[in-house]
Each structure stands twice: as C-alpha cells, then as structure tokens.
Ligand binder design. Structure first.
Ligand code: 5GP
Ligand code: ZN
Length: 117
C-alpha cells in the first residue's frame, strides 16, 4: 500500500488541509483530531500522515511509524486527563472500518463495555 497521499482518501485530505478537522495534536509524522461523530466524551482519531490502508499495512510497512501513532494515543489520553480509555484499530470492513487510511480511535470519558459489539 502506497504511503503517498491518495486523491480519494478523506484522511489524506485532512492531512493536506483540504478538509477541515478539529486538530488536537500534530507531529512531523502524525495528526490527531476529534471524530466528527463522537461515541464518547473523548473520541480522538490518531493517524499517520502517510497513507496506509489499515493497521496491518502500517505495521508491515513502517513499524516505527506505527510506534509514533501509539505514542500519540498516549499523549492524547494524557492531554484529555483520561485514566481509563480504549484504543481501537478497526481493521477491515467486517470489523467496522469505513475509512481506509489507518486510524487509532482513542475513546474515554465514560464507562466502556467489554466485549464490544
Ligand atoms: P472507522 O469506522 O473506519 O473505524 O472509523 C472512521 C471514523 O471516522 C468514524 O468514527 C467517523 O465518525 C469518522 N469520520 C468520518 N468522516 C469524518 C470526517 O470528515 N471528519 C472527522 N473528524 N471524522 C470523520
Ligand atoms: Zn490516506
């Protein structure tokens, strides 16, 4: 999977500033912004700026970048003062993935059920 910007990718457009987002953190390699349809009081998406279709592709192609994303999930949780939170990578459409530019959901601020649906 190419790591260049994909013309038809919503999250590449957010990285490029072509689609607005409420950005909460940015590094050289990652962006974190609020989910447009939040499922918890804190619902932030952390993405690599480079395009990888899902977590599996990212882990295979660039494990150091995957680590950058993971480090930023922790930073978001700290910024949001979350003691308990969930990190989710929906991987594949049957798992609920709808945007095929990998993203970590950081969810917190309420009790969360396990197992998820
Ligand atoms: P997925 O279902 O692929 O794991 O998660 C995609 C997430 O992206 C969903 O939670 C959805 O609400 C969010 N989303 C979809 N379109 C936009 C958008 O234009 N802006 C933002 N900030 N989030 C979006
Ligand atoms: Zn993309």
């Amino acid at each position: 999977e190419s790591a260049g910007a994909q013309d038809d990718c919503l999250f590449c457009k957010i990285v490029a500033g072509q689609v607005p987002a409420t950005v909460v953190r940015e590094t050289d390699t990652t962006l974190a912004f609020r989910d447009i349809n939040p499922q918890a009081p804190t619902h932030v998406l952390v993405i690599p700026k480079a395009h990888h279709k899902d977590a599996a592709a990212l882990a295979a192609a660039d494990p150091a970048l995957a680590a950058d994303v993971l480090r930023e999930t922790r930073a978001v949780a700290e910024d949001e003062k979350l003691d308990s939170y969930r990190i989710v990578f929906n991987t594949g459409s049957d798992a609920g993935q709808t945007v095929f530019h990998t993203h970590a959901h950081v969810l917190g601020g309420r009790g969360l059920q396990w197992p998820p649906g």
